[in-house]
Design a protein around this ligand. Structure first.
Ligand code: FCB
Length: 482
């Protein structure tokens, strides 16, 4: 025993347990499965992809008529981002997009989610479209299609044109978004079948206007923040209607939302029900409003006099029917049932709870299963996509130039296992977009947090596939996770 390593000891124990089972109860077929665990296979038409966003990868911020977005202004304001870093160059994908499409091709993905920089298309937010800006996205789309990769387009991933008066404090911005969404979808829907209106309401409303951690960096009072949130969901709804009116018939429309995900502390009926109550109530201002076309009574009561002012017809617009729901999934909250009026309590996170390189990115791989299950059971969407999932790691380049990001592989393997569970239980999950194709500008964290499958040397723009890229390629090839 003394010389037995802990690993071998465990193996021996497992062997003994299996042998004990073998001689007693399990039928032959179950035994065969135990001896040779099968790969967890995904449905044949499951879509594997990667995601990026314009300001995080494109660079070329003043090229071909693009004017500043709030993120250009914010990142150039001293003290706002890590070491004052900006997206001026980022991954230079504006020029290197062909190389990036080859990275996608080498992975074997069939879909790519990227966003359009609004101020490339309408440099002042409204008015006359800039043909050169649109031409860039046409080139990207052409290159993707040539390589059998379907473009999935996000219309707004936080880079609001700086020129729009008042930004999201103004209802006119929602209308301007709809005009932009209608125009772009009209131009591109002959070759793009899926559009996401907005990405993550909370990040461009609360973080931009309440905590000030993101652009435009304001800290406004609650009543105004609620109105800004309302303008955000209204923009989404108006955008859906504008796309329906302008795009080719059959165009699929949804959004990409980082709804807070509640996992039950235990899989019992009462805790599962509590997690679903929490899902509805804690996402009341965003996803619940969008999928139900109303604000919950609980939200309106909690906000009281600060609740948003809603004009006639707004809620119907906000609740415009969608073809799919996209979920950006990173970390869970844990919920248990209790006897309070709400019927649930959200657990405090112990200080020892593990996280990845970003301090907010707590690791709880079951998050992906509960994200899909809760949303599917509560709102019965026609289709669900995981529009983002991935992690930051402290990558090290070895002497011979490799990046052995075993921690990212660990994160992904575990999340995909839970994604598989959702697919196996027949929730309507259609595809998965890994965040991100390559290291990029991680907003206020600048270039200090690397989320890519490809390592980027930001001095030379050299891209190197990490171990995780190799691993993801294998997942896609087998359409299975091990
Ligand atoms: C999400 C954002 C995305 C990226 C990841 C790490 O919240 O949508 O742009 O920054 O987090």
């Amino acid at each position: 025993m003394k010389n037995l390593t802990r690993r071998r000891f465990n193996k021996t124990l497992a062997g003994t347990a299996a042998a004990a089972f073998a001689s007693t109860s399990l039928p032959r077929i179950a035994l065969a499965q135990m001896a040779k665990p099968a790969l967890l296979r995904f449905p044949a038409n499951f879509l594997w992809g990667c995601a990026t966003a314009a300001y995080q990868v494109e660079g070329a911020v003043s090229e071909d008529g693009r004017k500043p977005s709030v993120w250009d202004t914010f990142s150039h304001t001293p003290g706002k981002t890590f070491q004052g870093e900006t997206g001026d160059v980022a991954d230079d994908s504006y020029h290197l997009y062909k190389e990036d499409v080859q990275l996608l091709k080498n992975l074997g993905v069939s879909v790519y989610r990227f966003s359009i920089s609004w101020s490339r298309i309408f440099p002042d937010g409204t008015g006359r479209p800039n043909e050169k800006g649109l031409a860039y996205y046409q080139r990207v789309i052409e290159e993707l299609l040539k390589n059998n990769i379907a473009p999935y387009i996000t219309l707004f991933h936080w880079d609001l044109p700086q020129a729009l008066p008042g930004g999201w404090t103004s209802r006119d911005t929602s209308k301007a978004f709809a005009d932009y969404a209608g125009y772009v979808s009209k131009q591109l829907s002959d070759r793009v079948s899926h559009f996401f209106t907005t990405n993550e309401f909370e990040c461009f409303t609360d973080l931009g206007y309440k905590t000030g951690k993101f652009a435009p960096g304001l800290q406004l009072p609650d009543a105004q923040v609620n109105q800004i949130r309302h303008n955000g969901v209204l923009a989404h709804g108006m955008g859906v209607q504008a796309i329906r009116a302008n795009a080719r018939a059959g165009t699929q429309i949804g959004l990409a939302e980082d709804a807070t995900v509640f996992a039950p502390v235990m899989e019992t009926r009462e805790h599962i029900a509590a997690a679903q109550r929490a899902t509805r109530e804690e996402n009341a201002k965003f996803l619940t409003a969008v999928l139900e076309g109303k604000y919950t009574d609980g939200y309106l009561e909690r906000e009281g006099a600060n609740a948003p002012k809603v004009e006639a017809g707004d809620m119907k617009i906000i609740g415009s029917p969608l073809d799919f729901v996209g979920l950006n999934v990173y970390r869970p909250e844990y919920v248990r049932a209790d006897a309070s009026p709400a019927g649930y309590v959200v657990e405090q996170r112990p200080s020892s709870f593990p996280h990845m390189a970003s301090d907010w990115l707590y690791v709880g791989p079951e998050v992906i299963y509960w994200a899909i299950r809760n949303v599917s059971e509560i709102w019965k969407p026609k289709a669900v996509y995981i529009t983002e999932n991935g992690c930051s790691t402290d990558d090290v380049v070895t002497a011979d130039g490799r990046i052995e990001d075993t921690d990212r592989v660990m994160y992904l393997r575990n999340h995909l296992t839970h994604l598989h569970r959702a697919a196996a239980e027949r929730y309507p999950i259609k595809g998965y977009f890994l965040w991100s194709l390559l290291d990029n500008y991680e907003w206020a964290d600048g270039y200090s947090k690397r989320f890519g499958l490809h390592y980027v040397d930001f001095k030379t723009q050299k891209r190197t596939p990490k171990l995780s890229a190799e691993w993801y390629r294998e997942v896609i090839l087998r359409n299975a996770v091990e």
